[in-house]
Design a protein around this ligand. Structure first.
Ligand SMILES: Cc1cc2nc3c(=O)[nH]c(=O)nc-3n(C[C@H](O)[C@H](O)[C@H](O)COP(=O)(O)OP(=O)(O)OC[C@H]3O[C@@H](n4cnc5c(N)ncnc54)[C@H](O)[C@@H]3O)c2cc1C
Length: 457
């Protein structure tokens, strides 16, 4: 009987999984394989919060495979060596894999293809597994990628998506293919206390509940910081415990302005992936440089430390930074305004902020994190690169009664809105009774510094 290897990467699910379906076609035996890639660990990408979500997701995948008579095979080391070894042990003649966009993933795919070919094994790479619409599927006539979201979205919306696939029936794994023990979040330290749990089972439950009772109000409530009314599906999309194709299909079926707004956000994911696929250096280098001479970790040490710790003296910024540390997740509005504050008001290199986010975010993703940071730093795809978000105005608009600040800053719990957003304006004795820092920068001074820096370029 023919044997295939299915290499799981950022697609840790059984529903709507084209590589697994292709491998099972013709009643083949399959080796469902996950390789903990040494190179990803060496790049500092394997941080506790994401490793915990990964551990949950691998266990859930294994459980789903076992219900079908199979199991997950786990290896660690050089991904190419490990896939070749597993293919050799199982006498497999093909390997199935989802397409991915980062420079690392694409180099790895090329090496894998060559190594497998030398062994007489064919590699099949499947599109639209980790994206709804793959990077090559919509391309403008004059360039290799879209640099502006709106026209991209117009084309993206016209694409015909493939029909989502059901979860498979029985899965037969050949004997004699050894596996390491699956990791467990219990083995990890340094986790955010309120970190979300991973796994396809949980992701599907969460998505079903979102369709039932969240999506309809999404357009109106997505910026309400205290209301916490977004889907929180981002880690499931990052690890592929949910399928973006299936999410788009089911949201469209639900219909209405909330569903439309949600689908538009899913298109942002694909947008960033097509930018990164065309410009892999944008993970580290300015996409559209403004020749900034950013303040560095060394020159801005105290400011950066205050920002990371949630002690800048701007309550809305500090609340969001503390949410990040506590949950390993932050509301999108919080991400926008904390990024604007670091890159523009403090004029600190966006890479320092992006790194801190990647150290903590459970959904931390090279494409979405780096390109959103660039967007907010004005070196990315924003058509208004010099916009600066004022944290006080933002706070009054998106947290009008201060409930979000009060949730994350216990030291301000007794302060009413709108004063809670500007505690430095409280009368002397009230201000003095708070254990809360003064602002580390005056907003007007920060704005002047930023404008001068950009005008000089
Ligand atoms: C500075 C900064 C850094 C960010 N870093 C990441 C990151 O590392 N990983 C990540 O997944 N998202 C990132 N985002 C995008 C966005 O903030 C999160 O996807 C969103 O907050 C996740 O919450 P949710 O699942 O409730 O989103 P919802 O509002 O429910 O949106 C649904 C899905 O759409 C996608 N999405 C929404 N907004 C964006 C966006 N701006 N760009 C790309 N995809 C989007 C996400 O997959 C999200 O799960 C970042 C945004 C900023 C401004």
């Amino acid at each position: 009987m023919n044997v295939s290897v299915v290499l799981f990467t950022a697609d840790l699910r059984l529903h709507d999984h084209p590589p697994l379906r292709a491998a099972l076609d013709g009643s083949r035996q399959v080796v469902p394989l996950f390789v903990r890639d040494r190179a990803v660990d060496a790049a500092g990408f394997a941080v506790p919060n994401r490793l915990a979500f990964l551990a949950d997701s691998l266990r859930d995948l294994d459980a789903g495979l076992r219900e079908r008579g199979g199991r997950l095979v786990l290896r660690s080391g050089d991904l190419v060596d490990e896939v070749c070894r597993a293919a050799g042990e199982a006498d497999a003649d093909e390997v199935h894999l989802a397409a991915d966009v980062s420079a690392h993933a694409r180099r790895r795919e090329e090496r894998l293809r060559a190594a497998l070919e030398a062994q007489g094994v064919r590699l099949h790479v499947h599109d639209a597994v980790t994206t709804a619409v793959g990077p090559g599927a919509v391309v403008p006539s004059s360039s290799d990628h879209f640099a502006v979201f709106t026209p991209y979205f117009r084309h993206w919306s016209q694409q015909r998506l493939r029909t989502p696939l059901r979860a498979p029936g029985p899965v037969r794994v050949p004997d004699g293919v050894g596996s390491q023990e699956l990791p467990s979040r219990g083995d990890l330290s340094g986790l955010s206390p309120a970190l979300a749990e991973g796994g396809e089972t949980r992701g599907r439950r969460q998505f079903a509940s979102w369709l039932r009772s969240g999506i309809a109000a999404y357009e109106d409530r997505h910026d309400d910081l205290a209301g916490d009314a977004t889907s929180r599906l981002s880690p499931h999309l990052h690890f592929g415990t949910l399928s973006p194709v299936e999410l788009v299909h089911r949201a469209r079926r639900a219909g209405g302005p909330g569903a439309e707004a949600f689908v538009r956000q899913l298109a942002w994911r694909d947008f960033h992936r097509q930018v990164l696929a065309a410009r892999p250096r944008a993970a580290h280098a300015d996409y559209r440089t403004k020749h900034d001479r950013w303040r560095s970790e060394r020159t801005a040490r105290e400011d950066v430390e205050a920002w990371r710790a949630g002690r800048t003296g701007y309550p809305i910024v500090d609340a969001a930074m503390r949410q990040l540390r506590h949950e390993g997740w932050m509301h999108n509005r919080g991400r926008l305004l904390t990024a604007s504050f670091l890159a523009k008001t403090l004029y600190v290199d966006w890479r320092i902020g992006a790194r801190h986010f990647l150290d903590l975010l459970v959904d931390g993703d090279v494409a979405d994190n780096q390109l959103n940071w660039q967007w907010m730093a004005g070196t990315g795809t924003d058509s208004r690169p010099n916009r600066v978000l004022n944290p006080v105005t933002q706070a009054k608009r998106y947290d009008p009664d201060g409930a979000y600040v009060r949730r994350w800053l216990p030291e301000l719990r007794g302060v009413a809105a709108p004063a809670i957003h500007e505690p430095w304006k409280l009368p002397g004795p009230d201000r003095a009774s708070l254990d809360y820092p003064d602002p580390i920068v005056e907003l007007s001074a920060g704005l002047d510094r930023f404008r001068r820096a950009r005008e000089a370029r």
